[in-house]
Design a protein around this ligand. Structure first.
Ligand code: PMT
Length: 308
């Protein structure tokens, strides 16, 4: 199924026009004042039933996207954060999910008042100041998705809206997108019953939408996609193939087990060497995040692209 056939045969998410209006107004607010980046983050699901009890999921906690969004905001971008519902979000990620429960940062004093523990005060203040600044400037908009269909329809709308920015828009596609799905016309309404024995599942292929995205929806945007592999020996080859097929600007390759300390930047130009971005032992120890190195390099690349 090609992308056009996909969009013509699937029922769009019910909130699509409301989301598009919000994004349109956000883009108009920042148009010509600052660059805008669309960050996609988290994994998409594939429901097996219309009234969904079972679904397939893609791996991604949303760490890459949420962390990157913060560094883009630091760099002066306005950020459209298109993320999987309940995955990590910029700023709140520091105090959410099971490892960093915000309650562990609090204490109750002798007067019964709730305070932040002294030892976390500085750290929390730094995050809070940035969060409040983004709110004050209105530079962060959050849009969520659950299914691969929500993601694809929303991505198409948002990138079309962003096309008016021409080269001032960056698309940073870190979401982990399902490769297979159940088309609407084949989807059963109710919970699949187990009485009849094993379930035979045949899934259609999700069309690769990077091609229309680059060529039709946002032809002047700076487009960065991610490639996740588990086998290191095929990462460069697959990244180059992606650039050749879709014609975008950078593929950031990462391996599942080392993604937090090492990535590679692969470029379409044959003569441009692959750039390795890594964290050293010291940086790993002091909690440096690899996105603090990735984003400045992309900002530099985006600026070069804008003056080309
Ligand atoms: O969130 P974390 O836990 O920190 O993990 C981060 C990550 C490992 C998920 C992230 O760094 C990453 O690698 N994301 C892309 C993973 C992936 O699934 O790649 P892919 O080969 O399916 O897709 C390649 C690119 O095409 C992606 O940018 C994707 O957004 C895009 N794509 C894929 C399929 C499709 N139908 N349409 C697409 O646009």
């Amino acid at each position: 199924m090609d992308p056009q056939e996909y969009f013509e045969s699937q029922i769009p998410p019910s909130n699509l026009s409301e989301v598009s209006e919000r994004v349109d107004s956000f883009v108009n607010n920042h148009f010509k004042k600052r660059k805008i980046v669309l960050v996609t983050s988290g994994g998409t699901t594939v429901p097996l039933e219309n009234q969904t009890v079972r679904f397939l999921d893609n791996f991604s906690a949303g760490t890459r996207g949420a962390t990157s969004a913060e560094f883009f905001l630091d760099a002066g971008y306005a950020v459209i954060f298109l993320h999987r519902q309940f995955s990590l979000q910029p700023y709140s990620r520091h105090y959410s999910h099971s490892k960093n429960c915000f309650l562990d940062y609090m204490k109750i004093n002798e007067k019964g008042e709730v305070h932040v523990e002294q030892k976390w005060n500085l750290n929390m203040k730094e995050v809070l100041v940035k969060y409040q600044n983004a709110k004050k400037l209105g530079t962060l908009i959050m849009i969520d998705f659950v299914t691969v269909k929500d993601y694809l329809f929303t991505l198409r709308s948002v990138t079309k809206i962003l096309s008016k920015l021409k080269k001032d828009a960056m698309l940073y596609l870190a979401a982990a997108v399902s490769d297979f799905f159940v088309p609407d016309k084949k989807m059963v309404e109710h919970k699949i019953q187990s009485d009849d024995g094993p379930l035979d599942l045949r899934l259609d292929k999700v069309p690769k939408i990077l091609s229309p995205l680059v060529k039709e929806w946002a032809p002047n945007s700076f487009v960065v996609s991610f490639k996740l592999e588990t086998d290191e020996s095929i990462l460069v080859k697959k990244s180059k193939k992606s650039l050749k097929t879709y014609g975008h600007h950078i593929v950031i390759g990462n391996i599942l087990t080392t993604r937090k300390k090492q990535v590679i930047f692969v470029y379409p130009e044959e003569d441009k060497p692959i750039l390795e971005v890594t964290l050293n032992e010291e940086e790993l120890k002091n909690g440096t995040e690899i996105e603090s190195k990735i984003i400045p390099k992309l900002v530099e690349g985006h600026n070069m692209f804008r003056i080309e």
